[in-house]
Design a protein around this ligand. Structure first.
Ligand code: BGC
Length: 931
């Protein structure tokens, strides 16, 4: 808080300059109100929710928020009358606009809170009140729940049919309000009076169900009526009882990993107009059957549906359920119920296919033109009893049929047995696939293109980035990165969405987290997932290789290594919260992950007293999928891999450095010093053991230099030499990368930092093998797991590990935002209170433009470069300041919208710095031109 007021005071002088745009007063409005990162959430279970907003200040320049006032009321009416009966913050002199902690009347279960905010600018002008926003508290204590876990009497041990459940009840009148809280051990879909409840898919999503299960809340007021009502549910196996990636390979058990008996848990709370509360909960009064149409449903294998078993009207009043059984009540379930913290997985877009072919008689292959995730809706025509099969795959084989070998054990096939009525609309419920192609068999005739629609699912956070350049290749690469992110954020950040894996591999997101945060609002998503990460940590401090980690206990019993504690993978437990702090200023994430981060460092340290991470590296994947793992490479075949102890020690140093920074932010100076000293000691040990006097790092790999530079591990005197060795390493690979998961994007960033963005541009523009461009030249619409996933003339890489939808090397997206658009956070002012905008033109691009919707509002950067002329258009959000670097040698070589730089409104200072003109600006739009 102190830092903020100092900043305000320091800037006050220039911001009250007489030419400040008076329009600011009239147009300044707080907008985009969020609670715990979410828009109007229905179930919050932190008792201290944090409130955020941004400010719309039109085109006004230099707008800073000098104070805010928040009102929180128990009803809309009270709020409209400006009565903050729950909390009135009073006028708070502060520029803070994110994660303001609620500090009113203690919040209890079900409490509805409506809130608004108004702000004051640095001139004392006060905005109007924002439009109201709201949040509702979830069920906070055990005694709030009266529901039981119910299911079909028989377990789901052998891929049996999904369970259908129903309960009918009577209401005297239309209710004033009705909320249903629901979850499952398994996956569920709720229906009330024939209507689908909510638009979540695959709820309650993947967590360690032994520890915690997320519940969802839905407002169903509109679905209820006077008289008989029916609530129904489909209940599938999901992650709880169905197939989970690697299960078969690791523990010789393909399914039933958390349990073998799916359960539903729901509590419908109906408030009548006179305030009476009636509850309908899952209990023995529900009826259940397995005779419904979903004959089996598995996340990896797909869904089998027999439409002849449809039970018309089962989810409406008047249905005869006497043949169904009473639901089985399970009193033994132990899992903590927590409100879903992240945006639900939803169907976010429909994809229209681009072609359909018939490579073999009766075998039709649809091409969606995009490697996507979800399923398809298909309009089928056929006679009763015929089965239509849809197999989903990423690639085609030479004969034009789908290539499924790289899916390993995941069948990715949905099959429907038809009723034989006119047109039957087919769509699954409890599975998902990673695919671009769908092969359909069992049809009576040739399907039409419009018979099939791809339904993309993803965790539905807001996308926050846009990007385009004059290079179609680079623009396409950015698009492929974004798609790979969409395809892999399914409640957890997965490695890939297609083969029998789909796990929250920590190394992959450790490198991709930065890119992901530019592409989308990841705050809520990672708040949820970091719990999964902590849930999986071992008592001795090791983070898992993937989180959730469903196999830990069984693996330990089988003495098969436990998939815990790997350099570069475990580190995500430290790196992800740190990135949330940098980008969102989220201090609570640091606090929540601080002890676990320390325990991770302490584990490594206690097992490696000489501070070189030689012992206890678990499965030790190293700088995964570097060039040494390529098959039949035409590039010098060996020499890409950093020796594993060298890699591990660098990761150890990096994570230790972050823990000391976390401690400093959290005000724990003692720890900050301890871990700061440890970081220095690791560096010393690292340099002594692995770096020669002439700056050669053991292994002499591009990756080694990139990582050591990026983590600031080298003495100042050796940086230049190491940088030169890195460039020599790129030359030795004929201007290509030999790097793996961890070093690829970091080398790109270091090239830019070392003033050799020209080389980074070459690497990103390469189309010869290995490069991102090579994949694009071969039709990629998502990022490949391996540089040589497919090579012309040679064909596919090893089918055992060859995903075409893997974001790790797509972390180059971060380089694109930071270097091409130039958007860089400033650690001294996290959450974009201040940031650096430094685009570095190059690669022959004549223009680039894009934006990032930061937590303080939208940043835009757009530049054009034509012989001798450079123009940069930027937008700085209100209540934010930026240092904009314009590539020019002298201050008077740059104008702002035709004016001398120093006299332009909103420009505080301009100076030549680091080979460019550095301009300090406040919010607003600016156009800089280099004459
Ligand atoms: C996954 C990776 C993961 C790796 C660990 C693979 O099977 O797909 O992306 O990080 O295993 O080496």
């Amino acid at each position: 808080m102190n830092g903020r007021s100092v900043l305000l005071v320091a800037f006050a002088g220039w911001l009250v300059a007489p030419d400040a745009n008076p329009v600011a007063r009239a147009t300044m409005t707080p907008v985009a109100l969020r609670t715990e990162y979410l828009v109007d959430p229905l179930a919050i279970d932190t008792r201290v929710p944090r409130l955020s907003w941004t400010i719309d200040a039109g085109d006004a320049r230099g707008v800073l928020q000098a104070g805010y006032e928040i009102l929180v009321a128990s009803s809309r009416e009270k709020l409209a009358a400006n009565t903050g009966d729950l909390w009135s913050s009073g006028i708070v002199q502060s520029g803070a606009m994110n994660q303001i902690e609620y500090a009113g009347t203690p919040l209890t279960s079900r409490r509805e809170a409506v809130w608004k905010v108004r702000v004051r600018d640095q001139n004392g002008a006060v905005s109007n009140w924002s439009a109201p926003a709201r949040w509702t508290m979830g069920l906070l204590t055990d005694s709030d729940w009266s529901a039981s876990w119910i299911g079909d009497p028989a377990p789901s041990t052998d891929n049996v049919a999904a369970t259908t459940l129903r309960r009918s009840f009577t209401l005297a009148a239309v209710p004033a309000r009705a909320i249903i809280y629901a979850t499952a051990l398994g996956v569920y879909e709720l229906r009330i009076n024939g209507e689908r409840v909510g638009d979540h898919v695959l709820a309650p999503e993947f967590t360690d169900y032994h520890t915690r299960t997320q519940y969802q809340a839905y407002d169903v007021t509109q679905l209820l009526r006077a008289g008989e009502n029916v609530i129904g549910a489909y209940l599938g196996d999901g992650w709880y009882a169905g197939g989970i990636g690697l299960a078969q390979a690791l523990i010789r058990k393909p399914r039933n990993i958390y349990g073998d008996h799916p359960r539903l848990f729901a509590q419908l709370e109906i408030t009548s107009r006179d305030g009476q509360i009636q509850r309908i909960v899952t209990d023995g009064a529900w009826r259940t059957t397995r005779d419904g149409p979903i004959r089996s449903a598995d996340l990896l294998n797909g869904e089998r549906t027999d439409l002849r078993r449809d039970m018309p009207g089962w989810d409406r009043a008047g249905f005869d359920d006497r043949a169904w059984s009473p639901a089985d009540v399970d009193k033994t379930v132990k899992t903590a119920l927590v409100a879903q913290a992240n945006e639900p997985v939803r169907i976010t877009r429909d994809i229209t296919p681009v072609s359909v072919s018939e490579p073999k008689p009766g075998v039709f292959v649809f091409d969606l033109g995009q490697n996507m995730v979800g399923w398809v809706r298909f309009a089928a025509r056929g006679s009763a009893g015929t089965t239509v099969s849809l197999t989903h795959a990423e690639m085609l084989g030479d004969d034009g049929t789908v290539y499924t070998e790289n899916l390993r054990g995941a069948e990715q096939t949905d099959a429907y047995t038809l009723r034989g009525t006119a047109v039957e609309t087919l769509e699954p419920h409890f599975t998902y696939h990673g695919f671009r192609y769908v092969q359909v068999t069992g049809l009576a005739g040739r399907p039409r293109l419009q018979d099939l629609v791809g339904r993309e699912i993803t965790s539905s956070m807001r996308e926050t980035g846009t990007f385009a350049t004059s290079s179609p290749l680079i623009t396409k690469l950015w698009n492929n990165v974004l798609w790979t992110q969409r395809d892999n954020m399914i409640g957890i950040p997965t490695d890939c969405p297609q083969r029998d894996e789909r796990l929250g591999w920590m190394g992959d997101i450790q490198v991709f987290v930065g890119t992901s945060i530019f592409n989308a609002d990841m705050g809520a998503f990672f708040t949820k997932w970091m719990r999964d990460v902590r849930d999986a940590q071992t008592p001795d401090g090791r983070f898992a290789d993937f989180s959730p980690q469903p196999f830990q206990k069984t693996l330990a019993e089988m003495k098969r290594g436990d998939f815990m504690g790997v350099p570069g993978w475990g580190d995500a437990g430290v790196v992800v919260p740190w990135r949330l702090w940098q980008q969102y200023g989220d201090k609570r994430q640091l606090a929540e992950n601080y002890q676990s981060s320390k325990r991770w460092i302490d584990f490594i340290r206690s097992n490696n007293p000489d501070l070189l991470w030689k012992n206890r590296r678990g499965n030790d994947y190293g700088d995964w999928l570097n060039s040494d793992t390529m098959k039949d490479s035409t590039i010098p075949p060996k020499g890409g891999e950093v020796p594993k102890p060298v890699f591990a020690t660098m990761m150890f140093a990096y994570a230790t450095d972050l823990v000391s920074r976390m401690a400093r932010v959290l005000g724990n100076d003692g720890d900050a010093r301890t871990y700061g000293a440890l970081f220095n000691d690791i560096k010393t040990a690292f340099n002594k053991a692995y770096v020669s006097a002439d700056g050669v790092i053991e292994g002499n790999t591009q990756a080694g230099y990139a990582l050591a530079l990026h983590f600031d591990l080298l003495p100042e005197a050796q940086r230049a030499a190491a940088f030169a060795h890195m460039l020599a390493g790129i030359d030795a690979y004929h201007g290509h990368m030999s790097t793996g998961f961890h070093s690829t994007y970091r080398m790109m960033l270091e090239l830019a930092r070392g003033n050799r963005a020209d080389i980074a541009y070459k690497l990103v523009s390469n189309t010869s093998f290995p490069s991102w461009g090579y994949s694009i030249a071969n039709g990629a619409t998502t990022i490949w797991e391996r540089w040589d996933g497919y090579v012309k003339g040679r064909g596919f890489q090893d089918k055992g590990m060859n995903s075409f939808n893997h974001y790790a090397i797509g972390a180059v997206g971060e380089w694109m935002y930071r270097t091409i658009l130039g958007v860089n956070n400033d650690d001294a002012h996290p959450g974009y209170e201040h940031f650096v905008l430094r685009p570095i033109p190059g690669g022959g691009l004549s223009w680039a433009k894009g934006s990032y919707e930061s937590i303080r509002g939208k940043i835009e950067s757009s530049w054009t470069q034509t012989e001798g002329h450079f123009t940069l258009d930027v937008t700085i959000p209100a209540n934010t300041t930026a240092t904009v670097y314009v590539p020019a040698g002298a201050v008077d070589a740059v104008t702002e919208s035709g004016m001398a730089l120093r006299s332009a409104t909103g420009v505080k200072d301009a100076r030549v710095q680091d080979g460019a003109v550095a301009v300090e600006v406040g919010s607003g739009r600016y156009r800089f031109a280099v004459r």
